[in-house]
Write a protein that binds this ligand. Structure first.
Ligand code: ACM
Ligand code: ZN
Length: 482
């Protein structure tokens, strides 16, 4: 019998007949896995067997999707539990912000698809987005950039930040839906906005502005300065107070080492800590922040570049987005925890012409080369949405839906049950449900464009995104490129 549940349950048997929708009987059973449930729909009634409230919540999400159009439920037995413990979506609110209402709509959809982590990217070169009482200059200076778009013609000032109360509201909203929020303050790179407010934290102390361009910039935090480390720890402390979850993402991606190579303090730190490369200096910087977070009861997460120095502390979780050296596989095989968020498959800011739904769906989250023990250290999947070129919510929804649902299924359902064609049929059936939640899904005809059409669409996309102004801005010498 056809159904349209996403993610596909791991064990589902239709037993014939229908039952009127009614309040389910909940039975606690310690033998059921923590996020799992057994749902029985029979003519006599509905029962949910689970060991935790979270399991009950997931059974309720399945029930929502099981309902027939006449309100009845097909009789069935579903015994379900996730393949991976970590199932996340990431939203970049630094490049462009979303309203709290929009974020809550995304959280509603994420809960429906059994995501359990919201990774919130809140600081980058182009803006710092958290109210700060400890460092008011962050909001006065780092939260605003001189131009709205990235190379667009719109030259109005852009910015803002989420108040502490707004953040607490988002965290509470997630908590009610069994979603942990992981804040990210990207360090030591992607920090030009913070450095605009506090230039002394960089190696040279140059005055800079929050960025108005996309890209990777040489101006980063000094890794040898005690003052910089003290500032970062104090900043993390302030942000930790808002996020009760067990994890904190401290960035670590795309940090060019040009400044460190010329900096006496960075070189002194390398000598005193016996570090043999600038990549190891990054590992050391991340480790020092991770130690501080540990004292706050939190575990650090870092993007995969922080593995390059070979000295990352064993308990720091690595997020694999672009690991050309395959260091993450080695890390997992050696007992380090890894999250899979591959750029070519799970980055939702790229057009469907580059990353069609099928490409996202068919991606196996377990990379080649893992030993059996290593597989246990792949915590799960995450799908990021970066917003340099994704500004309005309708566009954002088109990029996320249905690809985010595909990642949800790959994070939950065992491999043998995953089928792209059947997933597409089920995803289309969710359109009305998502509409009612204030989420628009891209028209189905655009999910998997044919190869020739993909080329054409890609050309159109880049022509639209990278207009003359954008290209000229890329060609301009960067103010920090010397
Ligand atoms: C990243 O996309 N720079 C993590
Ligand atoms: Zn330095």
């Amino acid at each position: 019998m056809l159904h349209h549940i996403i993610p596909q349950p791991n064990d589902l048997r239709f037993t014939g007949g229908v039952c009127p929708a009614q309040r389910p009987l909940v039975i606690r059973d310690a033998a059921v896995p923590p996020e799992g449930y057994t749902l029985t729909v029979s003519k006599e009634g509905i029962s949910i067997r689970c060991s935790t409230e979270k399991g009950r919540f997931y059974a309720a999400q399945t029930l929502r999707q099981l309902r027939n159009s006449d309100g009845t439920l097909p009789c069935c037995v579903i015994s379900d539990a996730p393949r991976f413990a970590y199932r996340a979506f990431m939203l970049d609110s630094a490049r462009h912000m979303q309203t709290v209402d929009e974020i809550e709509r995304l959280i509603d959809a994420a809960a429906l698809y059994k995501f359990n982590v919201f990774h919130w990217h809140l600081s980058d070169d182009q803006g710092y987005r958290i109210e700060s009482e400890r460092f008011p200059r962050l909001n006065e200076i780092a939260s605003y950039r001189a131009m709205h778009g990235f190379g667009s013609l719109d030259r109005t000032r852009y910015g803002g930040f989420y108040t502490k109360n707004e953040i607490r509201a988002v965290v509470a909203y997630c908590e009610q839906r069994h979603i942990t929020v992981i804040p990210e303050i990207d360090l030591p790179g992607h920090t030009k906005a913070i450095l605009a407010a506090f230039p002394a934290l960089s190696c040279r102390g140059d005055r800079v502005q929050p960025e108005t361009r996309a890209g990777v910039f040489r101006e980063i935090m000094c890794a040898g300065s005690d003052e910089t480390l003290r500032f970062c720890c104090a900043l993390l402390d302030e942000v930790c107070e808002l996020f009760p979850g067990p994890y904190f993402h401290i960035g670590g991606d795309e940090a060019p080492k040009h400044r460190w190579q010329q900096c006496d303090k960075c070189k002194e730190r390398m000598a005193s800590a016996h570090l043999d490369s600038f990549e190891a200096l990054q590992g050391d910087f991340i480790n020092r922040l991770a130690t501080h977070l540990r004292q706050n009861g939190k575990r650090a997460i870092t993007w995969n570049e922080s593995l390059q120095g070979g000295n990352l502390a064993p308990d720091v979780i690595t997020a694999d987005w672009m690991d050309r050296e395959i260091l993450c596989v080695r890390r997992a095989n050696n007992g380090g925890d890894v999250i899979m968020e591959d750029f070519f498959h799970y980055y939702l800011d790229y057009p469907y012409a580059m990353t069609p739904l099928k490409k996202t769906y068919d991606f196996d989250p377990l990379p080649a080369g893992l030993c059996e023990a290593g597989k246990q250290h792949i915590l799960g999947v995450e799908t990021p949405l970066w917003t340099e070129f994704v500004e309005d919510f309708g566009h954002l929804c088109d990029m996320m839906f249905p690809r985010m649902m595909a990642v949800a299924e790959r994070g939950w359902t065992r491999e043998a049950l995953c089928d792209h064609a059947d997933f597409s049929r089920r995803a289309e059936a969710h359109r009305a449900l998502l509409d009612a939640m204030g989420i628009s899904m891209l028209p189905q005809a655009q999910w998997d464009p044919q190869p020739l059409l993909r080329l054409q669409k890609l050309a159109q996309h880049y022509k639209k995104t990278f207009n003359k102004e954008t290209i000229l801005s890329f060609l301009q010498p960067k103010d920090d490129a010397d």
